[in-house]
Design a protein around this ligand. Structure first.
Ligand SMILES: N[C@@H](CCC(=O)N[C@@H](CS)C(=O)NCC(=O)O)C(=O)O
Length: 201
């Protein structure tokens, strides 16, 4: 399997998953902002020129959540995913998709309004609203984690997706001082050797 990767991006999710599963992979490395990410060769792999993307034989995919689902279905051997008939399974699907559906949109706004736009085009109102919204999105995770170590039974692909989104949100300054479950969850995830390897990949 080949992963198109850049440090400190959502591509970490895929390397984290592959490390948890002990699967072999090779990395095609970029740095965010590399011009080569917008060249026709790479646009044929990812139409937006983003990471992560995956090549597995004839299969080419982009979208981190879909890649996580694909790897678990084809190569996971039943690991890191609850039994379909279990009560954890619908929770697993919900929390796997919560990352890109609910947490990352305000994260994206914060990145755009505080880092990517030149100072004269930044809008503090947009940034403030996104921070507030992000707090609400993380509150749902806080509630879900009450009395639980992970989002859907044992550690699963849902924790890779939404756990990574929580870590990124906290790094960007989301206030989790009133969210002890999220704070402990982030520490629990960061202690996993597979995630440590993925950050260093
Ligand atoms: N929803 C996509 C988002 C992909 C995405 O936006 N990736 C960012 C890095 S985290 C990227 O490649 N940005 C580079 C750019 O916009 O030039 C996914 O989950 O894979």
């Amino acid at each position: 399997m080949k992963i198109y990767y850049a440090p400190n991006t959502r591509a970490v999710r895929i390397v984290w998953l592959l490390e948890e599963l002990g699967l072999d992979y090779e990395l095609e490395r970029f740095k965010l902002g590399d011009k080569s990410m917008r060249e026709p060769g790479y646009l044929a792999v990812h139409p937006m020129g983003r990471v992560p993307a995956l090549e597995d034989g004839d299969v080419r995919m982009f979208e981190s959540g879909a890649i996580v689902e694909y790897i678990l279905a084809r190569h996971g051997g039943g690991r890191l995913i609850p039994e379909t008939a279990s009560a954890d399974f619908p929770e697993y699907l919900q929390w796997l998709h919560y990352a890109e559906g609910m947490i990352m949109p305000p994260v994206n706004t914060i990145v755009v309004e505080t880092m990517l736009l030149p100072p004269e085009r930044r809008n503090q109102g947009n940034a403030d609203r996104a921070v507030k919204l992000l707090g609400r999105m993380l509150s749902a995770v806080e509630t879900r984690l009450e009395g639980r170590e992970f989002l859907a039974g044992d550690f699963s692909g849902a924790d890779i997706m939404t756990g990574h989104a929580c870590i990124v949100a906290a790094r960007l300054g989301a206030d989790i001082s009133d969210k002890p479950n999220v704070a402990a969850y982030i520490e629990r995830l960061q202690a996993r050797p597979a995630l440590k390897k993925a950050w260093e990949a």
